[in-house]
Design a protein around this ligand. Sequence first.
Ligand SMILES: [Zn+2]
Length: 480
Amino acid sequence: MIFRPLLVFVLAGLVLGGCAANPVTGKQNFVMMSEAQEMALGQQASEQIAQQMSMLKDPKLQAYVQRIGTQLANKSHRSGIPYQFNVVDSPDINAFALPGGHIYINRGLLIYLNSEAQMAAVLGHEIGHVTARHGVRQQSIAMGTGLIGQLITIGTGMPAAGDLSNMLGTAMVRGYGRDMELEADGLGAEYLARTGYRPEAVLDVIGALKNQDTYSSQKAAAQGKQVESYHGLFSTHPTHDQRLQQVVAQAQGLTTGDAQRVGRDDYLQMLDGMIYGDSPEQGIVRGQRFLHTELNMVLDYPKGWVILNRPDVLLAHTPDEQGFIALTMENLSNTNVSAEELLRARVGKQRLTQDLAFSGTGYKGFTATIPGDNARRVAAIVRGKQAFLFIGAFRGRGPLELYDEQFVQTIRSFRPLTAADKKNAQPMRIRLVRARQGDTYAKLAKGSPLGDEAEARLRLLNAQWPEGQPKAGQWLKVVR
Ligand SMILES: [Zn+2]
């Protein structure tokens, strides 16, 4: 949660028309916008992304990703347009491309890769979406920030309850479907080959992400939770997919000479010190507790609830995914406004019942319910210039009473950080170590902040899941 103002981001409904040549096939695509329109759309979308996502503040890494990405783009079917490669400060495993050459890769994906060639495979895949103009071949672009786009606002900022359910499980940007994903993999493999990398790096990446996905599914199933699925990059086809093998084999025919760039050590060094999981700027989830150092706030959620920390909203749901509570934040220009006044202003003409004023260290709060078929629990907390707005609701139509006590309990758990919380809110980081003789993942996992998960996570991070062991002398990623 970085608390940016809500922006409705809807690209649907754009009028697409006319014919334009597809840069990859040279054929005319019927439903396509002109290149100028595409560039304008990409620009607009990238501005929205900049509002809603934080980019990683690591100029060295940023320059590295831009350099490798540009080398690939220069060998692509559309080398004439400018490409921008951005590292997103998000722990989610994802990468995506906007029309017009804006490409994004999350730090959460970078840490699971083990060489420059693998990173190039991801960037090449995304360049493939741009060169084949997948973004503009669809009538509308379903962006994950559509998460926010789907929020209908009541007054000026409270999300409407009915739409909260749509936000769950939505990957940041959905893949483009099997055919387009395969096409992007093929194009990515081709650009790798033309830039001097092994095209098989595409398979390495898909394999690594597939393992990560398998592990997460197993873990979620063991805990009785639903699995969140990620980017189409690997969810649409297994590594042994014949068509995938075919496109990679085709690209192998394009490799020139014996130039086979891998860049394992260089790449790994770039990751040293990178944050693993949540970053303090976005708030950190530790068990059922959410801690935000900059905002000086702590919230405790009931046992078993799942906390989803999104840039614009902190969302949590009950284990059965029927009850949700969302927290948004805004800065007040008028500090004389009371929590009650603010809440009443935000819900507009809707009737409030069960009013209750409450307070805690340094703040005043006000909560009430909006009765009716779609009953909701709402609350506002005001502390100086900061206002925190809560809304608790049901996915469908359910009796609010079922979860209302827990909603109130969560809202009332709001408090500033203690010294112990501040320590607890330190992020975990990736560190590089050289494996010594006799090192095992079990040994490396001892005392890890990742707890029970540590051994499996270390294997996944180092592409040795489920059963590999470190080789002496090899650089390894660990989490400290
Ligand atoms: Zn893709």
